[in-house]
Design a binder for this molecule. Sequence first.
Ligand code: 5AD
Length: 435
Amino acid sequence: MCYAIPGKVIEIQEKTAVVSYFGETKKAISELSNLKVGDYIYAQGGFAIKIIPEKEALEILATWKETFFDLQETDLRLSRMDLEKKRIDRKAGLIFDKVLEGGKVTDSDLLYLLEIKNKETLELLYKTANFLRQKHLKNSCCVHGIIEFSNYCSQSCSYCGISTHNKDLGRYRMTKEEIYDAADQAINKYGFQALVLQSGEDKSYSIDDLCEIVSTIKSKWPCLIFISFGEVGVEGLRKLYKAGARGLLMRFESSNPRIYGELHPGRGLKSRIEHLEAAFQLGYLIITGGLIGLPGQTVQDLLNDILLTRRLKTEMYTFGPFLPHPKTPLAGMPPPPTKDVLKVLAVSRIADPVNAKILVTTGFETLESKARELGLMAGANSVMLNVTPEKFAKNYAIYPNRAHAGEGIQEQIDSTLALLYSIGRAPTDLGALLK
Ligand code: 5AD
């Protein structure tokens, strides 16, 4: 995990740089040919992105120093465990003790935690997850930007509002220039250092087009690019990596092959997993996860989803609620309750305490207005802001009434930073914009 403030390179071993942030060290892979010890850099997702002139870096660090430690103190205070365990389910209490002592948590322990019903015990589950997040990953919080550049999709996923089922949706496809403009704004006006480029499976962009988009953005502005174009094939992944993409966002949606098959006509879970495994082998950072509350899904399925996410060596967990879309075959099915989503976030943290970044998704915010704070206080440590130009974003209707629709980018940034600061978190993106 890296902060958005400049870090000082204190050691270089082959391609890995050791970077110091006010004495706290992190590692970053460097693809910058001229990097040397003593340089100040921005790093994202474990990659050194850009060298900053020393004078500029020192100025930014001077304004940050006090805030950096203030935020850490607030976070530490809010994540302390209250050792009183009144009305706590006894078995869950023993599992929490084991977790906190760093003991080995079994799959059946995780299943037990996912099945908690008692309110006080649930509160302690969230607190335990938050404690682990603070202990292992401190207070850094990823804030990536996402550009949704086309809502055309050739697939018929039965939950998705931009699938072929939705005949009434105004479809759009941004031109390359419009995509570059959006990326330019996100990076240079708003200060994002990591961007997700997402679209439906839109065959009108060839792999070469997608490569050109990635490489043009990378060559113009230093940043970390995640791609999210659906299944592009292993060769496609290889070409896109070569073009400069370093992350893949692709959910497996459900680890249950029967549910997966029912929801994705013409597709199978095997191919999905093969893409994710191949991407990891190629060097991509992986963002994946599943949908919570799908029809027919059991608690065991949710546990298997978490375990599959961990097995895929996922950099960032993305789990969101299933939200019924009226123009799809699953219209009218119920969404899950908030607590089911929080349980998955918290149990993900307990299953993968040391390295996982865990996202509070826009889907969760659409289900629950306090999702961000609740999720960040239950083990999560990442958010994504929509930086698609507003006139397009309103038609990226994967589910109805998306949270933050109609909010400007600056408005989203302001409210995100206000929330993060109030709970003692330091954004790993956008840091240079601190007011
Ligand atoms: N509810 C929740 N999430 C959805 N997605 C698509 N449709 C829905 C829905 N109805 C999610 C899928 C996909 C991501 C881009 O959007 O999980 O991976």
